[in-house]
Structure formats: structure tokens, C-alpha cells
Design a protein around this ligand. Structure first.
Ligand code: ADP
Length: 241
């Protein structure tokens, strides 16, 4: 489709955009250096030292996130697919994610037993789910619930599912939701509505690429003021490994 063509053209443009990333990274380095420099010059025991060092730390953390995401996105990691139980992958991710949550945000899972096996790269699947969960958290500044669920979808039983037996995974939040404009552009590399130095706009682009490479499909369902659901379909794996 036209959307997919546009997406692949965007992906190719990524190489040319690394200059932009270098620029963002440099901005963060400027902040880090300036704050460390300032902290060193403050008289011993000055109360501003803590804030100044905290600013440097924040900049360093953002720089680390930026490079992590850029690397994960551009690496074109070769897939290492195997036949997996999605419930196991989701449960592991939910545990990992729950450890990073502040009070006010709950994570729950709905994992009916007997989910069909799918053929995916386990690590990259967990990374993708984590990406979606982090976005869900970011969309709930006043707290809320992230729900991750799986469901078997038999061939022909759902209009929005691809042909054949599918396993559906949803990551749903009770957050801000997205405007129609944001929904339309959310999978584009470098599209972000988060502040400068906060978002890289690479998370969903990476997830989109990975799900497509895995033979699956991903779509956004979102209502402003109510929340967002990212819905993924992966084909049921036939036969062993
Ligand atoms: P980033 O998180 O760095 O901004 P992403 O590609 O992961 O990059 O997301 C792109 C944009 O899509 C976000 O900036 C945000 O506007 C929107 N978005 C993604 N997930 C959600 C969500 N669960 N709720 C609301 N908006 C979202």
C-alpha cells in the first residue's frame, strides 16, 4: 500500500538524518558539560550544587536513551526467530516494566492459557512490548493502568485481522490518547510530540519495522482523552521450531 511505501522511503531517509541526531546529542552534551563545569566552580557546600549536578545527570540519561534507540533502530538486528509462547514473553516484560513504575501507574496482564505459538525473535519481541509499555506510561502523567493482553483469533472471525489463524497482542492504556494527526504519523521515524531531548520518535518506527519483518501487523486505536491501544497480530506458527 501507499502507506507502506511511504514508510520504507522514510526508513531509507534515516541514514541521511543521523546528522539531526548528532545535533540533538550535541545539545545534550552541551548541557552536561555546562552543568558539570558550573558545579565545579561553585564554592564548596553551595546549595545550588545538587541541582546543577542533577541537571547534568538528566542530560546524560537523555543522551543514553537517544543513542540506545538510534542503535536499536539502525542496527537492523538480524532476527533470531523461534517458536514461542507469547504469554511467557508478555509476563516477563510486564515484570520488568512494573519494576520501573511510579506509584499511580498499574500494569495488568490478561493472558488466557493455551495461546497459540508464534514464530518471533524473543528478545526483540520483549523490546517491542517494552517500547509500547513505556509509551503507555508516558501518556499517563496523572496515573492510570496499562493492560497487556493476548488472544487467539481464529481465521475469518475478525474483520481487522489478517487472513489465517492469528494471535493478537494488545497494549492498552488509560492515558491522553492521540489526535488523528498524531495517529497518522506515529510510526514515522523521528516523529515525536515529546519535548526536545525527551522523545526520539524512533520507538514506534522500530516496533513497526520489527512486526512487519516478523510477518505481523500493527495498528493504533486511540481516542483523545480516553486512551490508546496498540494492537498487534502475529500469524500462528505451524509445526515445530
Ligand atoms: P517517542 O516515544 O520518542 O516520542 P515513538 O515513536 O515511540 O517516539 O512515539 C511517537 C509519538 O506517538 C509520541 O511522541 C506520542 O505522541 C505518540 N504516542 C505513542 N504511544 C502513545 C500512547 N500510548 N499514548 C499517546 N500517544 C502515544
Amino acid at each position: 500500500t501507499e502507506d507502506m511505501l511511504r514508510q520504507s522511503q522514510k526508513m531509507e531517509a534515516v541514514g541521511q538524518l543521523t546528522g539531526g541526531i548528532a545535533h540533538d546529542f550535541n545539545n545534550l552534551m552541551t548541557i552536561i558539560v555546562a552543568n558539570l563545569d558550573r558545579a565545579l566552580r561553585l564554592p564548596p557546600g553551595d546549595p545550588r550544587t545538587t541541582t546543577t549536578l542533577e541537571n547534568a545527570l538528566t542530560g546524560a540519561r537523555r543522551a543514553a536513551t537517544l543513542t540506545d534507540q538510534l542503535l536499536a533502530f539502525s542496527r537492523k538486528q538480524p532476527l533470531d526467530p523461534g517458536v514461542h509462547d507469547l504469554n511467557d514473553l508478555v509476563a516477563r516484560t510486564a515484570d520488568l516494566f512494573a519494576a520501573t513504575l511510579d506509584a499511580g501507574i498499574a500494569v495488568q496482564t490478561e493472558l488466557p492459557p493455551g495461546v497459540w505459538p508464534v514464530r518471533v525473535d524473543a528478545n526483540q519481541t520483549e523490546n517491542a512490548l517494552l517500547n509500547l509499555a513505556v509509551n503507555a506510561r508516558d501518556a499517563m502523567p496523572d496515573g492510570g493502568t496499562v493492560t497487556i493482553r493476548t488472544l487467539n483469533i481464529a481465521a475469518g472471525t475478525r474483520d481487522d485481522a489478517p487472513p489465517g489463524d492469528q494471535v493478537m497482542i494488545e497494549v492498552a492504556d488509560t492515558g491522553t490518547g492521540m489526535s488523528p494527526e498524531t495517529i497518522a504519523r506515529a510510526f514515522e521515524p523521528f516523529f515525536t510530540t515529546k519535548g526536545v531531548g525527551q522523545g526520539t520518535g524512533l520507538g514506534l518506527a522500530q516496533v513497526y519495522g520489527f512486526i512487519n519483518q516478523s510477518g505481523g501487523r500493527i495498528a493504533i486505536h486511540s481516542v483523545e482523552g480516553e486512551g490508546t491501544t496498540l494492537r498487534i497480530f502475529l500469524p500462528r506458527a505451524l509445526g515445530p521450531t
